[in-house]
Write a protein that binds this ligand. Structure first.
Ligand SMILES: [Zn+2]
Ligand SMILES: [Zn+2]
Length: 262
């Protein structure tokens, strides 16, 4: 499998995954036009997608979903509650493009198994995905207020993680957001901070070459260097030296990461 984080952050999210036979998109949180541009940048064809998997109905995950699915006739997969929550937000999608992907189940496309798992976030029924093929494992996990033991069971031992590192707690606390918004982000159904993400990472990485893509960074309450520094420090305090067998990578709100093997 190969993958690219096409875009990540509070302004829009999309992750591309492929193998020899199939290609997939997880979330379409940017405009249709921007998604087309990102596909051009990784030199891939949207028409070939076998499916679009939706994590939850927040606009930074579904902004271009209806437009792209209609334009290219693509199948959309989401769980029942997410379908109900997003139906009025994405415009008309023909019935033959609507598929159900239940929570905590596996769908198989050729040699790829895709497992859905629940996260803790203030959406109807948010879930993220693990992609497995030939003993290689890619985990996508953003938009969760904390990482539970159940989630850790699903995501443990991946070769590559796209892992939320949303905010720096002091930047958030001192920043301009209203208190209600700060409280939501910091809550159990908001987003994980750099430190909390790193503590969770330390419990799920194996002693092998693991690539971690720091994702869904808040535009106002985080910076790439700061996220990397606090994740590195927290991992070190948990006995994991970044650069040794854990490799940290940035993601960007506007440009794709290199398309690499999981
Ligand atoms: Zn969200
Ligand atoms: Zn989000």
């Amino acid at each position: 499998m190969r993958f690219s984080v096409l875009a990540s952050g509070s302004s829009g999210n999309a992750v591309y995954v492929e193998n020899e036979e199939h290609c997939f998109l997880v979330d379409v949180g940017l405009s249709g036009k921007k998604i087309e541009q990102l596909f051009n940048e990784i030199d891939r064809d949207i028409k070939k997608l076998s499916g679009i998997f939706v994590t939850h109905e927040h606009s930074d995950h579904i902004k271009g979903l209806g437009v792209i699915a209609r334009k290219y006739g693509l199948p959309i997969y989401a769980n029942e509650k997410t379908w109900s929550a997003m139906d009025s937000l994405i415009g008309n999608v023909p019935v033959d493009q609507r598929f159900q992907f239940d929570m905590e189940t596996v769908k198989t496309f050729g040699t790829v198994d895709i497992q859905s798992f629940a996260v803790s976030h203030d959406a109807a029924d948010p879930m993220f995905y693990v992609f497995h093929e030939n003993n290689r494992k890619l985990v996508l996990i953003t938009d969760t207020g904390y990482v539970s033991d159940r989630m850790k069971g699903h995501i443990k031992g991946a070769d590559s993680f796209v892992f939320e590192s949303n905010h720096d707690v002091s930047m958030l606390q001192m920043g301009r957001y209203p208190w209600s918004v700060k409280r939501r982000i910091l809550s159990d159904v908001g987003h994980v901070s750099n430190e909390d993400a790193a503590v969770a990472m330390s419990e799920v990485v194996d002693i092998k070459n693991t690539n971690i893509y720091l994702s869904h960074l808040s535009k106002d309450n985080n910076m790439k260097d700061l996220a990397r520094m606090s994740v590195t420090q927290t991992l070190e305090s948990c006995g994991i030296i970044a650069g040794e067998y854990v490799h940290l990578h940035d993601t960007d709100a506007n440009k794709p990461t290199e398309l690499v093997v999981v």
